[in-house]
Design a protein around this ligand. Structure first.
Ligand SMILES: C[S@@+](CC[C@H](N)C(=O)[O-])C[C@H]1O[C@@H](n2cnc3c(N)ncnc32)[C@H](O)[C@@H]1O
Length: 332
């Protein structure tokens, strides 16, 4: 079937849906079927078509996104039906993440505005901050003692905002090199009423920070290899490439954060950084560094913590340049 045929089929399906569907359950089921039949990629909040359908029908009607069950039998007005069917069609035809179509996403139930000027926030550091890392029994047992936090590569500001919520006495500096991303962050900081505690700073990593020192540095930097970025499906390609691209082995920015952090962290402070699938390459590049890997419900070995005294001070090993491969004699 050609793309034009698929598009015509979807238009006919959508017209029937607008005419025949009645309840939220009907539209949810139809959306799940359409997502199942389409070649979509998930990973921006939902990990499968069912969850994506639930998110679209609930957020699309300004309902709580975790309360599908109680609304399933509610009848929809024609305008509501039109809106939801339009969102489902847009998700399939544009291949944009649902969060961009709806303008909002959630981390641990906390809402954030989002649009294509910044990546859809989904850092595991958000999960860590909200569950287990902080408070009794966590690695940071007294959240009130954290006075200054730095969020490097803040994007739309989600981690800076979560940090301000979790550390009630902290002032948070949030740095990003993208003015576009910071414009979204500004909206989020205002909506969360945190203008007096979260400072947004445009610049390259530590460069704009002067002599500041922090109790905690958090970072979810770009960490995707150039090869993986080049092969991105449309949903990921819809996000700013600057938010993903970490160079040949994905670790260009992570290396710079590791090299610079020692100059900006307090003596008893720490760095927490997400590296995606870069763990093995990182441990190879920094063989002397005792990374503490923090697992979450949804991730394993993707986020490390280093206390100040364990931060590297020497320049890291660079990856060996790729040599052209010599053809090997023997079996073809
Ligand atoms: C993976 S996104 C993370 C955004 C946000 N922290 C989150 O978790 O949703 C990486 C961010 O790093 C920013 N960035 C890339 N290079 C940077 C640099 N040299 N200095 C500061 N920020 C940078 C990008 O603009 C992007 O917003």
């Amino acid at each position: 079937m050609t793309a034009a045929d698929r598009s015509a089929d979807l238009a006919a399906e959508a017209a029937a849906a607008r005419r025949d569907l009645r309840t939220l359950r009907d539209v949810f089921r139809w959306a799940a079927s359409r997502f199942g039949a389409a070649d979509l990629v998930f990973g921006h909040g939902a990990t499968n078509g069912l969850d994506e359908a639930a998110y679209i029908v609930l957020e699309g009607l300004n309902l709580p996104v975790d309360r599908l069950e109680i609304f399933l039998d509610a009848r929809l007005t024609p305008a509501e039906r039109d809106r939801l069917v339009g969102l489902v069609v847009a998700r399939i035809e544009t291949r944009k993440p649902a969060a961009y179509l709806l303008g909002r996403t959630y981390i641990q139930g906390v809402p954030f505005r989002v649009d294509a000027r910044t990546i859809v926030p989904r850092s595991f550091i958000g999960e860590l901050l909200m569950t287990g890392l902080v408070g009794e029994g966590g690695l940071i047992d007294d959240p009130g003692a954290i006075g200054r936090v730095l969020d490097l590569c803040t994007g739309g500001g989600s981690l800076a905002i979560l940090a301000a919520r979790v550390f009630p006495n902290a002032r948070v500096d949030a740095v990003d090199v993208s003015a576009d991303a910071l414009a979204v962050a500004r909206q989020n900081v205002e909506e969360h009423g945190l203008e007096d505690r979260v400072r947004l700073i445009e610049g390259d990593l530590f460069a704009p920070l002067g002599r500041a020192r922090y109790d905690l540095i958090i970072a979810n930097p770009p960490y995707v290899t150039a090869a993986a970025v080049a092969a991105f499906p449309p949903e990921y390609a819809a996000e700013p490439v600057l938010a993903h691209l970490g160079g040949q082995d994905g670790l260009d920015i992570v290396r710079r954060i590791l090299a610079g952090a020692i100059g900006y962290v307090e003596k008893d402070g720490a760095l927490i950084c997400e590296v995606g699938t870069g763990r093995a390459a990182l441990e190879q590049a920094f063989p002397q560094t005792p990374f503490l890997w923090l697992d979450t419900q949804e991730s394993e070995g993707e986020v490390f913590l280093l206390p100040a005294e364990a931060l590297p001070t020497a320049p890291p090993r660079r990856p060996a340049p790729e040599r052209p491969k010599r053809p090997r004699a023997g079996r073809a």
